[in-house]
Write a protein that binds this ligand. Structure first.
Ligand SMILES: Nc1ncnc2c1ncn2[C@@H]1O[C@H](COP(=O)(O)OP(=O)(O)OP(=O)(O)O)[C@@H](O)[C@H]1O
Ligand SMILES: [Mg+2]
Length: 369
């Protein structure tokens, strides 16, 4: 356990900057650019033994090198967002990292959740089982809700995958994290296509589309939902170009129009040769054989080549797959609970802003009374 004093720690809620003690407890994550530690914080100006003189936390502190060529919009985006299904930033500061020649690192102290969806999926898979379907409904709904909020500001996460989705398995609360790749997409402005982890990359990114939309996150949602049913990634391409081939095995070959719209200069493999004679619906049913018919129907609206035809977040939230969780009597058993939980407050505590984004779909999104 290490403790240190930081001169300038800014509170994201009040905007006030003051000195604080940081007490690092343990490492909870390791990423491409830095580490995530569990830590407590304490106001360094509090009177000894006063009510303020206590450690608060735990927080998850993410450390990434500050001021590099790697242009992270993470801090900027986390400052802007305020939503129950998006990890909340509490404090932030710059501080030298002694493990890296005292190079200055940006520290983001976020609320800490006990688990991520990747370890949850693995946990069931190791026990030769899958997440209960009610959990899949509850988690997928919250991912769609987070995306509905983000996409309403044109914020595209660009790295949706189970390890970037935090959960509390006791309450079934879910929060999207890791905004290290996120970007506000301006209409018709190009962005790099080499983002997103391979298994979760939308087909338009694979063929090199530069003017993409927030629908790339929706593809990721479909991959994550499918993975909860399968226990492993739906499309596991062994190398970047083989990723498209994995997708064609389920969806069938992409149309020329799709390729041309995504990237007129694309000259890679088209996989236009049909591998199976069965329909896409039969293949979806076979691959997701433990999913109910509504789940398969939703997956077929989300794992769609054409980004414009792919469902948006509010359409997903309105889908009949979620009828069960919108029922007034819905309860769910978590791994930890002995009695069934009522979680309507967690799923439907919509802000006025959110309610306005639903438009004409509102009655299909709200719980049934
Ligand atoms: N707020 C948090 N609460 C609990 N755990 C967290 C939190 N934030 C991050 N983690 C854990 O740390 C891991 C890495 O965090 P994050 O994805 O933000 O970092 P990263 O460096 O961008 O990772 P990668 O490059 O692997 O995507 C996450 O997968 C998660 O398990
Ligand atoms: Mg990550």
């Amino acid at each position: 356990m290490t403790e240190y004093l930081v001169k300038d720690v800014t509170s994201n809620t009040s905007g006030i900057t003051r000195p604080m003690f940081v007490q690092e407890i343990t490492k909870i994550g390791e990423g491409a650019f830095g580490t995530v530690l569990q830590a407590n914080l304490k106001n360094a100006l509090s009177e000894p033994n006063s009510p303020q003189d206590v450690w608060i936390g735990p927080f998850a502190i993410k450390k990434v090198p500050a001021q590099t060529e790697y242009k992270s919009r993470e801090l900027q985006i986390l400052k802007q967002t305020n939503h129950p299904n998006i990890v909340a930033l509490k404090y932030y500061y710059n501080y030298p990292n002694k493990d890296d020649n005292n190079r200055v690192y940006q520290h983001l102290a976020m609320e800490c959740l006990p688990c991520n969806l990747q370890s949850e999926i693995k946990r069931y898979y190791m026990n030769k089982s899958f997440l209960p379907e009610s959990h899949i409904r509850v988690y997928t709904f919250q991912i769609a809700r987070a995306m509905n909020y983000l996409h309403s500001f044109q914020i595209c996460h660009r790295d949706i995958k189970p390890s970037n989705i935090l959960i509390n398995p006791e309450t079934l609360l879910l929060k999207i994290c890791d905004f290290g790749s996120a970007k506000v997409l301006e209409p018709n402005q190009p962005s790099v296509s080499y983002i997103c982890s391979r298994y979760y990359r939308a087909p338009e990114l694979i063929v090199g589309c530069c003017i993409y939309t927030t629908k790339i996150d929706i593809w990721g949602l479909g991959c994550v939902m499918g993975e909860m049913y399968m226990g492993k990634p739906v499309f596991q391409g062994q190398e970047p170009m083989l990723q498209l081939r994995e997708i064609t095995k389920l969806l069938g070959p992409p149309s020329e129009k799709f390729i041309y719209t995504a990237n007129p200069q694309y000259n890679g493999p088209m996989y236009s040769h049909k591998i199976y004679s069965s329909t896409a619906e039969t293949r979806f049913q076979k691959v997701f054989n433990n999913a109910d018919a509504d789940a398969v129907d939703l997956l077929m609206q989300v794992l769609v080549y054409s980004p414009t035809e792919r469902y948006g977040p509010s359409q997903i939230m309105a889908h009949k797959f979620f009828n069960e969780i919108k029922s007034i009597n819905f309860t769910v058993q978590s791994r930890a609970s002995t009695t069934p939980l009522k979680i309507d407050n967690l799923l439907f505590n919509f802000s006025d802003y959110e309610l306005r984004t639903f438009g004409s779909l509102i009655n299909d999104i709200l719980p049934r009374s």
